[in-house]
Design a binder for this molecule. Structure first.
Ligand SMILES: [Zn+2]
Length: 885
């Protein structure tokens, strides 16, 4: 899945409990895998039929499940949620049929249990069942994907089952280790077609109209990967390496499928080769839904996306759009092996699925777009993970999951982005070929089965001959990461490098973290010098390590010059000064790392602000988008400290003075011979200059917007997003109406989302007051409704958005399951730097939200309180420093 919660969630108590020394995990064994279901009965095959009644928003289901009873038992326990069981019967080995009494429900574990009159002896049985369920409006279980456009309302039936919603569609063993085959069939209305994991086996007309569509049997797989999408749909197809690849869309969008089809073909060839195990199903569909589905979901053979993340209009396609689509497809396709063919045993190992898919998504995307420096750009996500991971409320990559609500909350930045950054560091240490060979072995050894992290370490250790488990445990079972303090002396052609490690933490509310002081990591570190090629990483195991290298010492020391480490580096002052002086000679990764680490150290009160300013002053000619993204993110962090302060305009002028020369160098107009990265940078800098109030950029952006509305071909596609944002940010009522009309009549989700997002940035308070009303407008796409209040808040109207959210909390909670988790409410205020806001959030959550939401709320509060502490410490110095420049 590519959908993530807005921030990580896990109670600090769990962190404290797991903060001790790293423990060794055992390889996968079915019997000892965590979960709620007894393991004495195992499903082998589900023969499942669904009859949806779209008008009534309900469905009927029937199934026959082949069961393997492994130990004598007196009850059959399985998952079911919001299903009315109409009948159930059991057939034994002798053909004897037993009608079962209605099951007992357990709301806490979301299970039903059939009591049996006699103990079942081991053997094969079949369980037949009939039930009714509901078709949801929210993206959960069987749901209706709804979109409204100029021609009216359109509905597509779809499933979304990860992590624990298969039980909302069929009674089943809904834990990932219970793999089984599925033979699904479904009745669909006239004119509809249906897609599932496997190809259609039979399709026959029904007496009353419509068709009954039956699919071929799946391989043994986890329940959360089952998929069904049915409605008015079109498909284009191409066969690659024997696999039929399809792109499925709602009607009239064929002309936007070519890029995805080509990208899927290229990715399939690459992944077949990388994994050395051919894609195992006969077909692979990429299904574009137009309505509420956010991101992508890797259902085996039937990946579902929001169409804004899959379809590309060839007339207006930009490099960033192609990179975004290809990157998401690579993530979801990597899951077809890592996740689907080999599945994590339990949700505590979710990172095995998601970190790997994220890492491979970047790797395959970087290969497809070598000129785009996508590994460097991926450091932005790693930085976000390090921000969270430096606070007391973080958690380890592998975390205990003892309730279903925790399975949902495991889909977070630590799991995805710390996890993938760790894999990148591990790959650099083992070497690309050894890492790949280990992955190949792992997939062959465990295909159609489940694993724990220990199984992955064993395969990687076998391929590389290195002690993988020893290093990996430090990173996946401990929260946080190290700060490396680096000093060096030179002595007759030899350089003595001293490295001291300690946990990196930001000062927050002062809550002590158990075991923090004792935490230690085995750290793979590259040591090099400016101008020389990088050397193989050394392993630093001790709290203090000394490394002696043959070196002429004339070039400055660089630590982690490829920027693959998940740690921060603080250089002794002479070393830092030497690097800053040679700034433009440093490798791309080293420049980015020096800037990012310096910023983080300054904000953690562990380095002087002057160090950050010294680097920012050298940024003028910086060619890399990734480095600019880091600078712009730092400006935004500092801008949040300035809200309501007299010095804010001075900070904004400073930002404009740093950014404007590079933008002027690029100019507004594309050049035929410039790289795509320059086009992306131009758009990024134009938007930044508008945000920080540069009058010339705003005026030119508005002029270009007005012309683009009248004459779409007048604006280079690479500038459309930035120009629409400039228009939205500085909109008057007429411009706002223009954007609203564009949003309402847009033919595709991507264009609709762009217009709504621009409206949410408006400075004018009267327009912001109109935008917040859209948060409950059912004709605004669900994805946009979910994010509107947080956007309005972040664009200078926090009080307005927060007041609206509190006033309409009941309606918001009823409209969106997302709000249940508390993160959508926390997101509205989490950019604040005021402890009073944190107190308000806490009081609101205690009064109005379910207790599960409090974990997420606590994290939002933590972010605010950390920022408030930073503001009181750093803002006066920052304001004085930029005023003097
Ligand atoms: Zn994923």
């Amino acid at each position: 899945m590519s959908v993530r919660r807005l921030a990580a969630t896990l109670a600090a108590t769990l962190v404290a409990a797991s903060a001790g020394p790293a423990h060794a995990e055992a390889p996968f064994a079915f019997a000892t895998t965590p979960g709620f279901l007894p393991k004495d009965i195992v499903p082998v095959e589900y023969v499942l039929h669904l009859r949806p009644d779209i008008g009534a928003r309900t469905f009927r289901g029937t199934q026959t499940i082949t069961l393997d009873v492994r130990r004598p038992t007196r009850s059959i326990v399985m998952n079911a949620l919001e299903l009315d069981i109409a009948a159930a019967s059991l057939n034994g080995p002798g053909g004897k049929r037993t009608a079962l009494a209605p099951p007992r429900r357990d709301a806490a574990t979301q299970t039903i249990a059939f009591a049996l009159p006699m103990p079942l002896s081991p053997g094969r049985y079949t369980l037949a069942m009939a039930w009714r369920g509901k078709i949801n409006g929210a993206v959960e279980g069987l749901y209706l994907d709804r979109r409204v456009d100029a021609t009216g309302e359109h509905l597509t039936l779809a499933t979304d089952l990860e992590p624990t919603s298969a039980r909302r569609v069929l009674p089943c063993w809904d834990e990932p280790a219970f793999r089984a085959r599925f033979r699904l069939s479904v009745d669909v209305g006239a004119g509809a077609s249906a897609y599932s994991n496997m190809p259609v086996a039979r399709s026959a007309p029904l007496a009353g109209g419509g068709r009954r569509v039956a699919f071929e049997a799946t391989p043994p797989m986890s329940t959360y990967l089952l998929a069904l999408v049915a409605g008015e749909l079109e498909r284009v197809e191409q066969t690659v390496d024997g696999t039929r690849i399809g792109i499925v869309t709602t009607p009239g969008k064929r002309d936007r499928t070519a890029f995805a089809l080509g990208a899927s073909a290229d990715l399939l060839r690459y992944l077949n080769d990388y994994f050395a195990t051919a894609y195992p199903l006969p077909k692979l569909d990429h299904i574009a839904l137009a309505g509420g589905y956010p991101g992508g979901m890797e259902n085996w053979g039937a990946i579902v996306y929001n169409e804004s993340r899959l379809l590309v209009d060839p007339a207006t396609a930009t490099a960033s759009m192609r990179q975004r689509v290809n990157g998401l497809m690579a993530h979801e396709m990597a899951h077809q092996w890592f996740g689907n063919l080999v599945t994590m045993a339990w949700w505590d190992n979710l990172w095995l699925n998601e970190a790997f898919a994220e890492w491979m998504g970047i790797k395959a995307n970087a290969r497809a777009f070598p000129e785009a420096h996508l590994w460097l750009r991926a450091r932005g996500a790693a930085e976000n993970a390090m921000e969270l991971d430096a606070r007391s409320t973080t958690h380890p990559i592998q975390q205990p999951v003892t309730r279903d609500s925790e399975a949902e909350s495991a889909f977070d930045t630590i799991t995805y982005d710390k996890g993938s950054a760790f894999l990148r560091m591990l790959e650099a240490w083992l070497g690309e070929a050894a890492f790949r060979d280990g992955i190949r072995t792992y997939l062959k050894r465990h295909r159609y089965a489940n694993t724990t992290s220990a199984d992955l370490w064993a395969a990687l250790a076998g391929a590389s001959g290195k002690p993988v488990a020893e290093l990996a445990g430090d990173w996946t079972t401990q929260p946080g990461f190290p700060l490396l303090d680096v000093d060096a002396q030179c002595d007759g052609g030899r350089r003595r490098v001293a490295v001291r490690q300690q946990p990196f933490r930001v000062p927050d509310d002062g809550t002590p973290t158990a075991g923090l002081g004792e935490r230690r990591w085995t750290v793979p570190v590259q040591l090099g010098s400016v101008g020389s090629t990088a050397t193989d990483p050394l392993l630093l195991r001790e709290r203090i390590s000394t490394v002696v290298r043959d070196d002429d010492c004339t070039a400055p020391l660089v630590v982690d010059s490829d920027n693959v480490g998940f740690f921060r580096v603080r250089y002794a002052e002479p070393l830092f000064d030497a690097l800053a002086t040679r700034w433009s000679d440093l490798p791309d990764g080293a420049r980015l790392k020096l800037l990012a680490d310096t910023s983080a150290l300054v904000r953690a009160d562990q380095a002087p602000l002057a160090r950050w300013l010294a680097l920012v002053e050298r940024i003028g000619d910086e060619p890399r988008l990734a480095v600019w993204d880091q600078v712009l993110a730092d400006f935004e962090r500092f801008d949040r400290l300035s809200v309501g302060e007299a010095g804010r305009p001075v900070l904004h002028r400073f930002v404009v003075a740093v950014v404007a020369p590079r933008f002027t160098g690029l100019g507004w107009d594309e050049r035929a011979d410039e790289p795509a990265e320059a086009r992306q940078l131009r758009a990024r800098l134009a938007a930044a200059l508008s945000r920080y109030g540069d009058p010339a950029t705003i005026a030119e952006g508005q002029r270009r917007f007005a012309r683009w509305v009248a004459e779409p071909a007048s604006l280079a596609p690479s500038l459309v997003n930035a120009v629409v944002e400039i228009a939205g940010r500085h909109a008057d009522t007429a411009t706002y109406e223009t954007l609203l009309a564009l949003a309402r009549r847009a033919p595709t989700s991507a264009e609709r989302f762009r217009a709504y997002r621009a409206m949410a940035t408006a400075r004018d308070p009267a327009l912001a007051a109109r935008t917040v009303q859209l948060a409950l407008d059912r004709d605004v796409p669900q994805i946009i409704r979910h994010e509107l209040l947080a956007s309005v808040a972040r664009w200078d109207h926090r009080e307005l958005a927060w007041a609206y959210a509190r006033e309409h909390a009941d309606a918001l909670l009823a409209d969106m399951k997302l709000y249940d988790g508390g993160d959508a409410f926390a997101a509205i205020v989490s950019a604040s730097a005021s402890t009073a806001t944190a107190d308000e959030l806490e009081a609101f959550a205690l009064a109005r939200l379910p207790s599960d939401a409090l974990v997420e709320v606590r994290r939002g509060e933590d972010e605010i309180r950390t920022r408030a502490a930073l503001k009181s410490r750093l803002w006066p110095e920052l304001a004085a420093s930029v005023a003097g420049r």
